[in-house]
Write a protein that binds this ligand. Structure first.
Ligand SMILES: [Cu+2]
Length: 212
C-alpha cells in the first residue's frame, strides 16, 4: 500500500469513527428553574450493550467531609476511600446495593471497595454524624453528574436510541424514564430536564479539636 493510500485510509477511519460518536448535554433544573447540582444523568442504550470500563474511583475524607458528595460508577468499579485528615474515620453503608464498613482507619485503607450491584449507596461515618455522601452504581457506561449550573455532558456515546434517567440523592420522587435519540456529529444533543429535590438538611458540625 502506498503512503498516500494509507493516509487516505487513516483519514477515512478517523472521519467515520468520529461521525458515529455523539454527546449529550443535559440541563437539570428544579420546577422553579433553579439549577440542580449533583444530579446523575444516566443513559441506557435501548438495544445493544455498553463497554465495561475498568476504573478505580476515589472518594476522599477531608476536613471531616466526604468529597465528592455524589459519585456515579459503573458496576464493577473499585472505590478507594483515602483519609486525608489527621485523625481516624470509620465509614460504612447499610444500603442493599453495597453493605460494608471500613473500621477506624488513617491514611489509605488496604483494599478498595468493589461496587458490583446497581443501586444507590448512602455513605456515613461512625465518628462524624454529619458526614454523608452517595454513590449511584449503574450498569451503563454513559453517565455524568451536573455541576453547579445544573449541566452534565456525556461524551463519546454511540449515536442511537437511549433511555435517560435522572437521579438525585435528595429527590422527592423518582423521575420518569425518558426516551432520547442521540445524533452523531460534533454538536451535542441538548436536553432540558426537571428534578424535584429537597434542600440539604443542615447537620451540626462541631469545631475541629485536632483529635477528631
Ligand atoms: Cu469521619
Amino acid at each position: 500500500m502506498s503512503l498516500a493510500r494509507a493516509a487516505r485510509l487513516l483519514t477515512l477511519l478517523f472521519c467515520c469513527a468520529n461521525a458515529a460518536a455523539a454527546s449529550l448535554e443535559a440541563s437539570v433544573l428544579s420546577a422553579t428553574g433553579t439549577p440542580v447540582e449533583d444530579a446523575a444523568v444516566v443513559m441506557e442504550p435501548v438495544s445493544g450493550t455498553y463497554p465495561k470500563r475498568q476504573r478505580t474511583v476515589t472518594i476522599e475524607q477531608r476536613d471531616r467531609e466526604f468529597i465528592p458528595y455524589v459519585t456515579i460508577v459503573q458496576t464493577g468499579t473499585l472505590v478507594d476511600f483515602p483519609n486525608r485528615d489527621a485523625f481516624k474515620h470509620h465509614i460504612y453503608s447499610f444500603s442493599p446495593a453495597k453493605v460494608f464498613e471500613i473500621k477506624l482507619y488513617a491514611d489509605k485503607p488496604g483494599q478498595p471497595v468493589l461496587f458490583d450491584k446497581p443501586g444507590e449507596v448512602a455513605l456515613g461515618c461512625n465518628i462524624h454524624d454529619w458526614m454523608e455522601a452517595y454513590i449511584l452504581v449503574v450498569n451503563s457506561a454513559y453517565f455524568a453528574k451536573t455541576d453547579k449550573d445544573g449541566k452534565a455532558v456525556i461524551h463519546d456515546v454511540p449515536a442511537g436510541a437511549y433511555r435517560l434517567r435522572v437521579w438525585h440523592p435528595r429527590q422527592r420522587a423518582q423521575a420518569a424514564l425518558r426516551d432520547v435519540a442521540v445524533a452523531a456529529g460534533p454538536a451535542p444533543t441538548r436536553l432540558n430536564l426537571v428534578a424535584d429535590v429537597a434542600a440539604r438538611a443542615s447537620k451540626p458540625k462541631p469545631a475541629e479539636t485536632g483529635h477528631y
